[in-house]
Design a protein around this ligand. Structure first.
Ligand code: GDP
Ligand code: MG
Length: 162
């Protein structure tokens, strides 16, 4: 099967950077399929000889108030369409309330979730990783989406589920 992967996380954590790297595009196609919201972008991802579909989420346009809830709502719609989730956090920013809201929502889903500490470049990886392990997760993948570091390892582990 060709798995469908949702990229989920707060604004600015690097979801679109990862999407563009996975799909080797700079501006992904917006799927024209009925029932799919324009708030999400769909692309064909290739890493080595691995192929999957990736969904970028974003475009949170609500008021600041309730933004975490709005983000979580939109993210969960992408999760519903996906077979697995890449949940990105920003290692430079550390763990935030928004991360915790999303992590809580994802625990209610039965989809496999892969937790990613992105922007690990330029920070002490041990300190950054320890922060995110407070989410109570079994494994965390360090990544630098801008350089592609950590992408292969994450994708290899994800593909073992399918
Ligand atoms: P999104 O809102 O989650 O889609 O985040 P973007 O992909 O738009 O990235 C937000 C900002 O973070 C951009 O300026 C990216 O260049 C930057 N960024 C993304 N990944 C990395 C990374 O691995 N390291 C660093 N230092 N910056 C990154
Ligand atoms: Mg984005």
């Amino acid at each position: 099967m060709v798995p469908v992967i949702a990229l989920v996380g707060r604004p600015n954590v690097g979801k679109s950077t990862l999407f563009n790297r996975l799909t080797k595009t700079r501006d992904a196609l917006v799927a024209n399929l009925p029932g799919l919201t324009r708030d999400r972008k769909y692309g064909d991802a290739t890493v080595g000889d691995r192929h999957f579909i990736v969904i970028d989420t974003g475009g949170i346009t609500g008021e600041e108030e309730g933004i975490d809830a709005a983000m979580a709502e939109q993210s969960m719609q992408a999760v519903d369409e996906a077979d697995a989730v890449f949940f990105l956090c920003d290692a430079r920013a550390g763990l935030t309330a928004g991360d915790e809201v999303l992590a809580h929502r994802l625990r209610q889903s039965d989809k496999p979730v892969f937790y990613v500490a992105n922007k690990i470049d330029g920070v002490d990886p041990n300190v950054a990783m320890a922060d995110f392990y407070q989410l109570g997760i079994p494994q965390l993948y360090p990544m630098t989406a801008t350089h592609g570091k950590g992408v292969r390892n994450l994708v290899d582990d994800m593909m073992q589920h399918f």
